[in-house]
Design a protein around this ligand. Structure first.
Ligand code: ATR
Length: 276
């Protein structure tokens, strides 16, 4: 029996058990994946005892991603760029960590708009938290020339821009509508538009007609931003696909099979989201 888990605080609403449970059944693997509530301050100790607890590895969710990064013996370049780890496995007793959110975002974009890199020269990223940092890194790794990071608190956008001064610009929230005429890709990485959060109040009438619109929010499955973009004829990229794709590397490391993100999996998790 191979076991893995997801650590967070609180960890009651995580959907990764649904994803990994689906794949374990699909591949008839004798495995188990469940949530583990780990208190802040206990992350390092928990990760150091993964093997003793019978785990091959784990996912890490809010608010532990930075603490997990600090606890690793080795991390991938994506995790270094973001300063956060969401997938952990053991290699000869050493803790190895990666950030699969970046991969998840890119794979989801690839699925929805194949060859998007050929047309995206300028991207506008809304938000400057951990998710934005990862997405900026991912877009640059695929050759996007210019990225404007727009955030309510300008200093956080400036901090991201400082790491790539030649390709990144910053903008304050009020100037976003004016930026949209020149955007090939618009990505919302803020929590605005999520169930229980304020709406993302951004008029799209200035948005370049050929722009792709992506939202990492997946509750609701189709956010107001995506619905309005779709109504204007834009190609849209929903957030649930990113969640599904970010789960692939962990499953592969722990259970030894590369699982597929299928329509069946999407529907399985979507049904749970619709029921909330
Ligand atoms: P994550 O790590 O998932 O990106 P985060 O670090 O909490 O989460 O970042 C959330 C993002 O949503 C931030 O860019 C935040 O803006 P601030 O940096 O100004 O806080 C943005 N955000 C959240 N609520 C917002 C609101 N009401 N208006 C504008 N931006 C908001």
């Amino acid at each position: 029996m191979i076991r893995a888990c997801c650590i967070g605080w609180p960890v009651t609403h995580v959907r990764s058990p649904l994803i990994h449970g689906f794949w374990l059944k699909e591949h008839a693997i004798r495995g188990e994946y469940g949530p583990e509530a780990v208190e802040p301050g206990q992350v390092d100790a928990f990760l150091r005892s993964l093997a003793d607890r019978g785990y091959a590895g784990c996912n890490v969710t809010i608010p532990h991603k930075e603490a997990a990064f600090a606890a690793m013996d080795e991390v991938d370049p994506g995790a270094v760029a973001v300063g956060a780890v969401n997938t952990v496995w053991l290699d000869g007793g050493r803790l190895i960590g990666m950030n699969s959110d970046v991969i998840g975002f890119l794979k989801n974009l690839d699925d929805h708009v194949p060859n998007w890199e050929r047309e995206v020269r300028h991207a506008v990223v809304l938000g400057a938290g951990g998710a934005a940092r990862g997405i900026v890194h991912g877009l640059l790794s695929r050759g996007v020339e210019t990225i404007t990071v727009a955030n309510r608190s300008l200093s956080k956008a400036e901090a991201i821009a400082a790491s790539h001064p030649s390709s990144l610009r910053v903008a304050d929230w009020a100037s976003v509508p004016a930026l949209l005429a020149d955007a090939d890709l618009l990505v919302n990485t803020t929590s605005l538009g999520m169930k229980g959060q304020p709406p993302l109040d951004l008029p799209l009438d200035t948005l370049k007609p050929t722009a792709i619109v992506s939202d990492i929010v997946y509750v609701p499955l189709v956010t107001d931003l995506l619905a309005r973009a779709e109504a204007r004829g834009h190609r849209t990229v929903e957030g649930l696909g990113m969640l599904l794709h970010q789960a692939v590397p962990g499953f592969e490391k722990w259970f030894g099979i590369t699982p597929k993100v299928t329509r069946g999996l999407w529907e399985h998790v979507a049904a749970d989201i619709r029921g909330t």
